[in-house]
Design a protein around this ligand. Structure first.
Ligand code: GDP
Length: 328
């Protein structure tokens, strides 16, 4: 690893090789790496650079890679610098993991204004959220204008990604029937744009119907204070034929402009920074509980007493918290 200052300088200069290395550093769970990572993120945080952070989610096969490639290419061709980060919360990386196969983004991955970071392969990665937040801020310091954070639509990952991005795109495929594809209400509520992909060829009429269904469903949702009245929106696109992508960007710009002028943009970032801080405190306390040998032994002891019914869980927990307090 380079010394911290030269790493800071290289990232500020937009050196992508060093940026990749820095992301490896924030992914590491080693104590010395962690300390270095915190320093690095802190030093780079002072750069004051900021990118538009866009979350993107969708089930496997819906066209996320194709969309990222086409949409990313459109942006870099406009002169914007685009970073793509993949979030894969599953503990084991499957063969088909998003962005694992870079050749699926052949053009974008070779473009000088793009940076693509696949999911880390480490199964023991402690904290997908932390790694992603830190990687986002590293990309911002490196001068990227747009950071696209892509996640497979499973479990809580969308919510996590929405909590660290400025806006959220949900990619859907044309539905067979008139059902709403079992998309959970919670996901609908965090989406700013619902993009019905594959609106081309034979699938086009189906895509238009699906889009109308979602537009209807979105109208039933409670209005969000941070939205102009026509948002959230559903629209059809074809990532493959690069159709509707300029419209997506224009909608994003409209939304961001509105949120900035109404103060919601900054307020959301502030709220997210607070969540980040709280997460780190919680993580730190837990790490302390896990690493301190005396506390470990105490917990082991108490666990047994709780299991045997000698102590109530409440009382045992209070003992641990008391011990933690007196260790400072
Ligand atoms: P991911 O798993 O969500 O990243 O999906 P991919 O981008 O790998 O796409 C899955 C399949 O859908 C591939 O065979 C793509 O060629 C196809 N696909 C993606 N976008 C479109 C589209 O807009 N129209 C059509 N017809 N096929 C698409």
């Amino acid at each position: 690893m380079q010394t911290d200052q030269s790493m800071v300088d290289a990232i500020l200069e937009g050196n992508r090789r060093i940026l990749a290395r820095a992301i490896t550093l924030v992914e590491s769970t080693r104590d010395d790496h962690r300390a270095q990572a915190v320093q690095l993120v802190d030093a780079l945080g002072k750069s004051g650079r900021s990118a538009l952070r866009i979350g993107l989610s969708g089930t496997p096969g819906v066209g996320k890679s194709t969309f990222t490639e086409s949409f990313g290419m459109m942006l870099v061709e406009q002169g914007l610098k685009v970073a793509v980060l993949a979030v894969d919360p599953s503990s084991k990386r499957s063969g088909g993991s998003i962005l694992g196969d870079k050749t699926r983004m052949d053009r974008l991955s070779r473009h000088p204004n793009a940076f693509i970071r696949p999911s880390p392969s480490s199964a023991a990665l402690g904290g997908v959220a932390r790694r992603t937040r830190e990687a986002i801020s590293l990309c911002e310091a490196a001068g990227f204008d747009v950071v696209l954070v892509e996640t497979v639509g499973v479990g809580q990952s969308e919510v996590m990604v929405a909590d660290m991005t400025d806006l959220f795109l949900l990619l859907l495929a044309p539905a067979g029937g008139d059902e709403l594809q079992g998309v959970k209400r919670g996901i609908m509520e965090i989406a700013d744009l619902i993009l019905i992909n594959k609106a081309d060829g034979e699938l086009k009429p189906q895509a238009l119907r699906t889009c109308a269904d979602y537009a209807g469903a979105l109208r039933l949702l409670r209005k969000r204070v941070q939205d102009p009245k026509e948002f959230p929106k559903a629209m059809t696109i074809s990532a493959l034929e690069e159709d509707g992508l300029a419209q997506v960007w224009s909608e994003i710009e409209t939304l961001v402009k509105w949120r900035r002028s109404e103060g919601h943009f900054a307020a959301n970032r502030g709220r997210q920074a607070k969540v980040w801080f709280e997460d780190e405190v919680r993580r730190g306390v837990l790490a302390q509980l896990e690493r301190d040998e005396t506390l470990q032994k105490l917990q082991e002891n108490l666990r047994k007493q709780v299991a045997d019914g000698v102590l109530t869980p409440d009382a045992a927990a209070a003992d641990v918290l008391q011990a933690l307090k007196s260790r400072k």
